[in-house]
Ligand binder design. Structure first.
Ligand code: OAD
Length: 254
């Protein structure tokens, strides 16, 4: 692994300082240092231990709603115990430093918002929200009846997490905003994502096509690596704060 530390390419530092519009796409890797498991890392990823087709599809929920509800309840408790890490905080700092900043995330853990990021575009929903499986309306609260999953207070159908499952469409408004942000930025960061799950995975390529400088931050290579202008190999929680310190040393010294 080649960690740049404070020796980032001058062209990257200049692109960051001169950027008018920065868009970031984050994936589960940015929350790894908060103790939230990724999906595809070989030993620690959720999909190394669980089968997505048993837990993250509408069919799985219809087959065994209790199993799926309980699995998300377990993940919700993991996320509730986790704290935003220096990578999340560095992106809040970056948001304050550039004229226009858009945050797009595939994460459902809400850690960007807890760190202080504003207007986060959530492509895959949020595990803290619950909706009705039948009618897809958000349900902020319900009465515990002892049933798992609890019944919807409106229609009696089962409640489910407000996350996007395999085979489901992404929320259209979020996808439209993410596309616009990717196509109109001058600097795009792809952070902690395997760049395998579409349509999110197409966003850095949209940014490239529209002339943005694209930076990847990830300990491992992805399908984006060969096309990215700059590849920073290592954990986001170390590299992002170091990158900001290198780009704006004077402000950090005061
Ligand atoms: P993945 O598990 O596919 O990829 C995580 C990426 O984070 C990998 O490329 C790791 O190398 C990288 N990584 C690990 N630790 C890191 C660190 N400390 N700093 C930076 N990067 C690190 O997760 P996603 O790309 O988020 O979808 O997965 C995309 C989607 O697939 C998820 O949103 C989820 C999943 O199935 C749904 O649930 C719909």
């Amino acid at each position: 692994m080649n960690s740049f530390g404070d020796r980032f390419p001058a062209a990257l530092l200049a692109a960051l300082r001169d950027a008018r519009h920065v868009t970031t796409l984050t994936g589960s890797g940015i929350s790894a240092e908060s103790g939230v498991p990724t999906f595809r890392d070989a030993q620690t990823g959720l999909w190394a231990k669980f089968r997505p087709e048993d837990l993250a599809t509408p069919e799985a929920f219809q087959r065994n709603p209790k199993l799926v509800w309980d699995w998300y309840a377990w993940r919700r408790s993991l996320v509730a115990q986790a704290q935003p890490n220096p990578g999340h905080h560095a992106l809040v700092d970056l948001e304050r430093r550039v004229p226009r900043f858009r945050m797009v995330t595939q994460n459902v853990d809400g850690l960007h918002q807890r760190a202080g990021s504003r207007d986060v575009i959530e492509l895959h929903g949020n595990i803290s929200r619950t909706k009705c499986f039948e009618e897809s309306v958000l349900i902020p609260s319900w009465t515990e009846t002892g049933e798992t999953p609890p019944p919807c207070p409106n229609c009696g159908g089962p409640l489910r997490p407000d996350v996007v499952w395999f085979g489901e469409a992404l929320p259209q408004a979020a996808l439209d905003q993410a596309l616009e942000a990717s196509q109109s930025c001058d600097l795009f960061f792809s952070i902690g994502t395997s760049t395998l799950v579409h349509p999110a995975a197409s966003l850095p390529f949209q940014a490239l096509q529209h002339g943005a400088t694209v930076v990847e931050i990830n300990p491992d290579p992805t399908p984006l690596t060969a096309r990215a202008h700059h590849v920073l190999r290592g954990p986001a929680g170390e590299l992002l704060p170091a990158l900001l310190r290198a780009a704006w040393p004077a402000q950090n010294a005061t």
